[in-house]
Design a protein. Sequence first.
Length: 127
Amino acid sequence: MFGIQEAAVQLGVTMRTLRFYEDKGLIAPQRAGTTRIYSRREIGRMQLILRGKRLGFSIREIKEFLDLYDVDPEHQEQVRALLSRVSQRMDELRRQKHALEQTLEELALIEQQARDWLGDQPEGKKA
């Protein structure tokens, strides 16, 4: 069991981050008066949330995964949903990577053209 400050330090987040995910319904720490108490379960859920965010999943998608985990004790539906979303995310990232590679190639061409143009100018007109 951890207090909010200890949980935040362990997870490498701020206390505000923990309260945010609590407000969104993704975690539900126990209460002892006004003190939030984080169990191993809540710490584990936060680790999954943070991983999901790093991988680019929305809060809504992460909530769906976590909700499926609670409903399906065998985790079959959760894993199927995860596979589908991971595949979609990988496709999206591949498209972005391709677009970035094209942009970098075009920028490199423009850079070279600009350098060539500056190299062809008379001495008095170089910038």
